[in-house]
Design a binder for this molecule. Structure first.
Ligand SMILES: Nc1ncnc2c1ncn2[C@@H]1O[C@H](COP(=O)(O)OP(=O)(O)OP(=O)(O)O)[C@@H](O)[C@H]1O
Length: 417
């Protein structure tokens, strides 16, 4: 028999190579698929098909990762309804979440279920979000998670808030210092660099990572609106702050000196040292370019922070160490709760951001006073200044149910905006 090659060959070549669906599991708001590549297929090819699959299934968002580290099997989590829709208030922790200071700080919820945590120790954190995106929720969640270790000076919080200290002074007693002028901010950065230098010398050849203990703390610098410091202040402050901060970001991590910075506008001319931050959180952003700037190339597709609804402040996208993205929502911290938090966990070391005062020798700051940072440490809580008036805070209830998908391109459309 003569085979008709002209009709059969082309059809065989165009047959799609369908990956094998290994399992499907529904739980809570998510459907989890395990998909195995066929011979010749790669995980990247499988991943490229997930946005289409999610759109077909009307999923709100999706998350994919290599299944148990496999190079041929993909785990796809499709989020079918918005578990993060209703806002939730933060609660003051009674104790640290782990016995490792600065690890697993609880910030809120993940849309695939469970708690959203961040590790602050050993990482520099950049949180970006447009005005009203809810940066305050992430900031106070982070501070609250560390707060139980503040009174024992196992964690020491430093603040820079050049908007007259309006945000950070709400919880002023938690902080060893809050700098609200350019020169004070430079003094704070200089002092923290001194701490890092001193520790670096002491640790050389002994240990590679600092372990916080009472009196020899994990130093966490919280910068509210980074652009005020590195982009919008006077030229001298801007240049010096950028230089000091870049040095701190380069050497501080293993030495127990970390930075958590918050910024509205992540553009390159605003935050030149973006890439020195080792973990990033993208709250609502204004464009897919901003999403890529904060979370990295390709993130606009898998972690579309520019599509977060303005009616859901505190919602963010994060990308973990393995490149998997997560939609999360921070708990909300009303002003009275922040004040209670500060009253419950006051910092007992006051650092006076006046560069002219000589270093303290009384041993109250073993990590830094020995080698004389330019700031003055006293073993007492600072006198509380009356907080300056700020915008009233009250949680925004969502206006409509989110119908958006992270995948279709038409997301969070008319109903939301
Ligand atoms: N997690 C949250 N849940 C519910 N509502 C929130 C949440 N976070 C913030 N909000 C609401 O959104 C408002 C704006 O939040 P926030 O002040 O934190 O934004 P922001 O990003 O710091 O803005 P800006 O840069 O303009 O100061 C709050 O006053 C509050 O009403």
């Amino acid at each position: 028999m003569v085979r008709d090659q002209s009709t059969k060959e082309p059809r065989r070549r165009t047959e799609p190579l369908v990956p094998r669906l290994r399992s499907v599991r529904a739980s809570g708001s998510t459907v989890t698929l395990v998909v195995r590549a066929r011979p010749g297929q790669t995980l990247d090819q499988l991943e490229a098909g997930v946005p289409g699959l999610a759109a077909t299934m009307d999923a709100l968002s999706f998350r994919c990762s290599a299944h148990r580290g496999s190079t041929s099997t993909l785990l796809v989590e499709l989020v079918m309804h918005d578990a993060l829709r209703d806002p939730r208030d933060g609660t003051i922790p009674d104790a640290p979440t782990t016995d490792q200071p600065g690890r697993l700080v609880r910030l809120g919820r993940r849309d695939v279920g469970g708690t959203w945590t961040l590790t602050v120790a050993g990482r520099h954190t950049l949180v970006a979000g447009c005005s009203g995106a809810g940066k305050g929720s992430v900031l106070w969640g982070l501070v609250a998670g560390l707060a139980p270790l503040v009174p024992s000076d196992t964690v020491r919080l430093w603040g820079i808030d050049l908007k007259h200290g309006v945000e950070l002074r709400m919880g002023r007693a938690l902080f060893a210092t809050v700098a609200d002028t350019g020169p004070d901010a430079i003094a704070v950065l200089t002092a923290l660099l001194d701490v890092a230098e001193t520790r670096g010398r002491a640790m050389a050849g002994q240990v590679r990572a600092h372990t916080p203990t009472p009196g020899d703390p994990l130093h966490v610098l919280v910068v509210d609106e980074l652009a005020d410091l590195v982009a919008y202040s006077d030229r001298e402050t801007r240049m010096e702050a950028t230089r000091l901060l870049a040095r701190l970001l380069t050497k501080g991590r293993a030495l127990g000196v970390v930075v958590a910075a918050f910024v509205q506008d992540p553009r390159k001319d605003v935050v030149t040292m973006r890439n020195l931050f080792t973990q990033r959180v993208a709250l609502r952003l204004l464009s897919d370019q901003e999403t890529a700037m904060v979370l990295g190339d390709g993130a606009a597709r898998t972690a579309p922070a520019h599509r977060i609804s303005p009616t859901a402040p505190g919602t963010a996208w994060v990308v973990d160490d393995e490149g998997a993205s997560d939609r999360v929502r921070a708990d909300y911290w009303p002003d009275p709760v922040i004040r209670d938090l500060a009253a419950r966990y006051p910092c007992r070391v006051h650092v006076d951001p006046t560069p002219t005062v000589p270093a303290d020798e009384d041993g109250s700051d073993r990590s830094s006073a020995q080698h004389g940072p330019r700031l003055h440490a006293v073993p007492a809580a600072p006198p509380e200044r009356a907080p300056r008036p700020r915008r009233p805070r009250s949680p925004r209830a969502p206006r409509t149910r989110a119908t958006a998908t992270a995948t279709t391109g038409s997301a969070e459309t008319s109903a939301e905006r």
